[in-house]
Write a protein that binds this ligand. Structure first.
Ligand code: 1YM
Length: 650
């Protein structure tokens, strides 16, 4: 008798402590998280019984009165009187703070709840808790109110012998969880679905009795974590159809003790770019991963690198994929079950056990390599995707560098060839992109430097239609244009942007020679602007300068008239057939002196600018395709049609 009362005083003190400082015992405190944690603890006990192989069904009911009921078809919580305690085990389990270990005869429990400890904390923080145990044809019942036994365990009825299991009903105490009204169906549903995937084969039923209409859902997954990964990827296009599933138990020795660690990994790749990786230790979500994740990533990356090399799947000259490149588009679940899990914090966001890393690494290293050998199409698809990711990453990095470099405040970074204007006001500033150094020289001398900038380009610029982004961004002429314009580029995939607000000139004027080469360069430039700075065109900032083809002087008049095309020249000559013309043909911009260039092409009062529209660009790029493409007949036709012009250029 004396042992019994001494025990009960200790117990009451223990549960009082829990009621006084609930946040110390409940992960998630007295808010909505803590409230749900109570239910999680009870569910975990039922799940543990299933994982131990004694139960295959778990029911969770959210009752109309706000309480919750969890039931399993396991062995039943032990009800017999414990010799040492002199009290029934079930009573001890729900009232003693550290009862867990005493009963714990299996080597480890896998569920998140610490067996026994969780039960008494739930009891302490509930207005009432009723546990019913069906075992050996009898139904036992015990009731607690605010943690204290109010109905000692007793038999309330009989059941068929085949019926066995535990049922726990409890109501979180509203004086503890002051701000929480009720259980969140969606949240519980998510956790139960997760548990169904993680336990594989356990049937979990969720019932909501609270509303006008009963809700009812059953979760049962046999596909293991492969099915979980596929579920995570369900809204995306898949890179291959069947998820990869790895499952093995391995023995790891640490400090002379060997542990059995169960490793399970499911993964599948989508064609998307994100990563969705979930990690668990003993079915607890580890939001920040930890040792099991490190083990996975190490082995996964190594297997894929080896595979790519062995099968010769990477192209020469391509950047080597990193671990992150291999993870692009992945949906993946990594789960370990191990004795004595250690976490970084109460919140269990990160697993610390080094043996988990060893176990996952060795299992994934061996099994994933096998999977790839058996499914070469999966291997090839993953490697190809990673290679693309690596290329995009490299290109994005370069684009970012350029965007950074193009910051207009950092004038140092403006290209050396740029003769910038004095004005800092984009709305009045102009930039001439000029073909060739000599024309560039004349333009620099002839310009109005207050608002006109000159950027000479040397030779033909790169054909952006035929080069990958990495090469495009290496091209010095292109880099100079991006830096001078100062607004970055778009269309590189990654997070590089073209920002129209940062454009440093509201007139960007392409000035090329009036010949075939000039039109070719103009086409290349238009293609570039169209692909990488399209908003410039949409905003109407892009122009083409119209330099004259001829200069004509009549007789004694020394006045030079400028003519922009062949037709105009003929008309002019006809209108003056009586006077002797002196015709000067400008073969290139470089042939004009700075004054002539100013007067004909750059002086806002007299020049002719053509604003570039999307139609111009499309036409240009069609012409371009035709000239550079593989189809011969259209090219021949074009050359024949334009032969007379070509003659003029000679
Ligand atoms: C609705 C919640 O708690 N089921 C449950 C709990 C236990 C057992 C079976 C059980 C376990 C063991 C032996 C064992 C618990 N046992 C303990 C303790 N469902 C629910 N089902 N016999 C029965 O682990 O050896 C605490 S709970 F402490 F006895 F191990």
């Amino acid at each position: 008798m004396s042992t019994y009362s001494a025990e009960s005083i200790k117990v009451l003190k223990g549960l009082e402590g829990v009621r006084k400082r609930p946040a110390m015992y409940v992960q998630g405190g007295t808010g909505i998280d803590g409230y749900h944690q109570l239910l999680t603890e009870i569910i975990d006990n039922a799940i543990d019984e299933a994982l131990a192989g004694y139960a295959d069904e778990v029911w969770v009911t959210l009752n109309a009165d706000g309480s919750a009921t969890v039931r399993d078809n396991g062995r039943g919580i032990p009800v017999e009187v414990m010799k040492k305690e002199g009290r029934p085990a079930i009573e001890v389990i729900f009232t003693e703070l550290h009862a867990g270990g005493k009963f714990d005869n299996s080597s480890y429990k896998v569920s998140g709840g610490l067996h026994g400890v969780g039960s008494s904390v739930v009891n302490a923080l509930s207005t009432f808790l009723v546990a019913e145990v069906a075992v050996d044809g009898k139904l036992h019942r015990i009731r607690f109110d605010r943690g204290e036994v109010t109905e000692a365990v007793h038999v309330v009825g009989s059941t068929p012998k085949s019926v066995h299991g535990s049922t726990v009903t409890f109501q979180p105490d509203p004086t503890v969880f002051k701000e929480v009204e009720s259980f969140d169906y969606q949240r519980i549903k998510r956790r139960l679905r997760e548990l169904a995937f993680l336990t594989g084969g356990v049937k979990i039923t969720l019932v909501d009795e609270r509303g006008d209409e009963q809700r009812h859902e059953v979760f049962m997954e046999r596909g293991g974590l492969g099915a979980f990964a596929a579920y995570l990827a369900k809204d995306n296009k898949l890179l291959y159809d069947k998820p990869v599933f790895i499952h093995a138990t391995t023995s790891v020795e640490t400090e002379g003790v060997s542990h059995d660690i169960e490793v399970e990994v499911g993964l599948i790749h989508t064609t998307g770019y994100g990563q969705n990786v979930l990690t668990y230790a003993n079915m607890i979500t580890n939001r920040d991963g930890g040792t099991q994740l490190t083990g996975f990533k190490t082995a996964y990356t190594r297997v894929l690198n080896n595979y790519a090399k062995a099968k010769n799947l990477l192209k020469k000259g391509d950047p080597a994929p990193t671990g992150d490149d291999f993870l692009e588009g992945i949906s993946c679940v990594v789960s370990v079950k191990l004795p004595d899990p250690q976490f970084e914090s109460q919140a269990k966001v990160k697993l610390l056990n080094p043996e988990a890393q060893t176990a996952v690494q060795s299992v994934v290293y061996e099994k994933f390599a096998e999977v790839l050998e058996e499914n070469p199409r999966v291997g090839k698809a993953i490697i190809e995707k990673a290679a693309n990711a690596a290329r995009a990453r490299e290109a994005a990095r370069k684009a970012r560098d350029l965007v950074r470099r193009a910051n207009p405040l950092e004038n140092d970074d403006l290209p050396g060839k740029l003769a910038d204007c004095q004005s800092q006001d984009p709305s009045v500033s102009e930039i001439y992109i000029v073909e060739g150094d000599s024309a560039g020289g004349s333009a620099k001398q002839g310009r109005e430097r207050r608002f006109q900038a000159i950027l000479p380009l040397r030779g033909k610029i790169l054909n952006v239609e035929k080069a990958n982004i990495g090469r495009i961004l290496k091209n010095a002429e292109i880099r100079a244009m991006i830096a001078a314009i100062g607004a970055g580029i778009e269309g590189t995939g990654d997070d590089a942007h073209f920002n129209i607000e940062d454009v440093r000139y509201h007139r960007i004027i392409i000035m090329t020679d009036a010949d075939v080469d000039g039109s070719h360069i103009r086409t290349l430039l238009l293609t570039f602007f169209y692909r990488y700075m399209r908003p410039l065109i949409d905003a109407g900032y892009l122009y083409i300068a119209q330099p004259p083809l001829f200069g004509v002087r009549f007789g004694r008049s020394r006045e030079l008239q400028y003519v922009f095309d062949e037709g105009d020249l003929q008309r002019l000559l006809k209108a003056n057939a009586s006077r002797k013309p002196e015709i000067q043909r400008f073969k290139g911009l470089g042939e004009m002196n700075p004054e002539q260039l100013w007067e004909t092409t750059m002086n806002p009062e007299t020049r002719v600018l053509r604003r570039v529209t999307i139609e111009d660009v499309l036409e240009a790029s069609e012409t371009f395709e035709m000239l550079m493409g593989t189809e011969v007949p259209p090219r021949r036709e074009f050359i024949e049609d334009n032969a007379h012009r070509a003659q003029l250029d000679l």
